[in-house]
Design a protein around this ligand. Structure first.
Ligand code: NAD
Ligand code: ZN
Length: 378
């Protein structure tokens, strides 16, 4: 696929990716997903998203070619590829912070490299394609266990680790009330994973009824539509004896709103105006001394955080890109032993050629869509 500008993507023939470094591999993609993070790109909210780039950071496939220094993979291996591009050797990778790798994106101040996620995240082409170049091929790619369904494997590249890490960063303790904002794939997975930490209540908030219904069944949580509430913060206080939730988790990120394009700092980057409502609700409805865990992605215009309330309430805020590689061994075991069923989130399968329709569908939250898998024809 190829990005043409806000709300415009298409399929197009591109040259075959090449090995550019001896540690690269070329993967033939067999499945790739569209993520809520791709919607931020699609909505024009991520700086330096260049026309002509290929999105896609959730993919599995077959090793087609390896560079001369690759040792752990061989041609023909079926692999799942974490969305983070990580060198495995820098200070951050050594601490297990694979989402913050320094080498894969040295020009950025914070984020490590991410497949198909703009030049802010390293400028790598992504896997919503037939073939993709995978750097540091001995670090990220993991051979899919022979007994694992590739539909489960593709969700282990992002959704499962991100949902799990969202819950983990919340520091959930036994008996806690956990509130999750956003019943997309990430929020639903966070709700499901929250139960590993022993809370007494898991509540999910969204405004799309079919997603709330899905979350209730899939993640055994309470689910409420914020459109039915006068004020979600008051609602959440009321249901927690006016104390507030022990842990709030933001699985929404910036929401595109309207079509007004803004320029920032005189640069050519065009970005959409948007809102950070879920984050404001999370901060305002967590108890004093509580923890807010953020995995929802925000672009630079989102300095609307009620920072005074963070101070007055002595909150702990934890936020990060998920560290997929760190979590994979534990999460593969959860899937293999039946405690997690990632593929249960997949509602749509679309040929890669129909990528424009697939983005429209996922963006508009129609047709009961939770998670869409793109299938290349090669
Ligand atoms: P999604 O778009 O499918 O889901 C977002 C959900 O939030 C939607 O169902 C929407 O209706 C709901 N929503 C919108 N405004 C809301 C509000 N004010 N309160 C509650 N719910 C609201 O996306 P997704 O794939 O589930 O991803 C969710 C977020 O997680 C995105 O911001 C994405 O970029 C981010 N993400 C982060 C990481 C990471 O490593 N940190 C990884 C993957 C995704
Ligand atoms: Zn993703």
């Amino acid at each position: 696929m190829e990005y043409r500008g806000p709300y415009r993507v298409r399929t197009v023939e591109k040259p075959m990716p090449q090995i550019l470094h001896p540690e690269d591999a070329i993967i033939r993609v067999t499945r790739s997903c569209i993520c809520g993070s791709d919607l931020h790109l699609y909505h024009g909210m991520v700086p330096d998203t260049r026309v002509g780039s290929t999105f896609g950071h959730e993919f599995v496939g077959v090793v087609e070619e390896i560079g001369p220094l690759v040792q752990k993979l061989k041609v023909g291996d079926q692999v799942l590829v974490p969305f983070n591009i990580a060198c495995g050797k820098c200070n951050f990778c050594k601490q297990g912070l694979f989402g913050n790798c320094h080498e894969s994106n040295p020009m950025a101040t914070a984020v490590g490299g991410i497949f198909g996620y703009s030049h802010t995240a390293g400028g790598y082409d992504g896997g919503q394609a037939e073939y993709v170049r995978v750097p540091y091929a001995d670090v990220g790619p993991t051979v899919i266990p022979p007994d694992m369904d590739p539909d489960d494997a593709v969700l282990l590249t992002d959704v499962v680790p991100t949902g799990y890490q969202a819950a983990e960063m919340g520091g959930i303790k036994e008996g806690d009330t956990v509130v999750i904002f956003g019943a997309g794939p990430i929020g639903i997975m966070a709700a499901r994973c929250a139960w590993f930490f022993g809370p007494s209540r898991v509540i999910i908030i969204d405004h799309v009824d079919y997603r709330l219904e899905f979350a209730k069944n899939y993640a055994y949580c309470e689910a409420y539509n914020f459109k039915d509430m006068e004020d979600p913060v008051v609602f959440l206080k009321k249901t927690t004896d006016w104390y507030g939730a022990d842990v709030c988790i933001d699985c929404v990120g910036c929401e595109a709103e309207g079509n007004s394009l803004q320029t920032f700092s005189g640069k050519v980057t065009l970005m959409q105006a948007g809102t950070a409502t879920a984050l404001q609700w999370a901060i305002n409805s967590v108890k004093k001394g509580g923890i807010v865990s953020i995995v929802g992605v925000y672009g630079p215009p989102f300095n609307l955080i009620p920072i005074g309330n963070v101070l007055n309430k002595g909150l702990t805020i934890r936020a990060n890109q998920a560290s997929v590689k760190r979590l994979l061994p534990k999460l593969i075991a959860h899937v293999q032993e039946g405690r997690l069923n990632p593929k249960g989130l997949i509602t749509h399968r679309v040929p890669l050629e129909e990528v424009a329709d697939a983005y429209r569908l996922f963006s508009s939250k129609l047709d009961n869509c939770i998670k869409t898998v793109l299938i290349p024809s090669a």
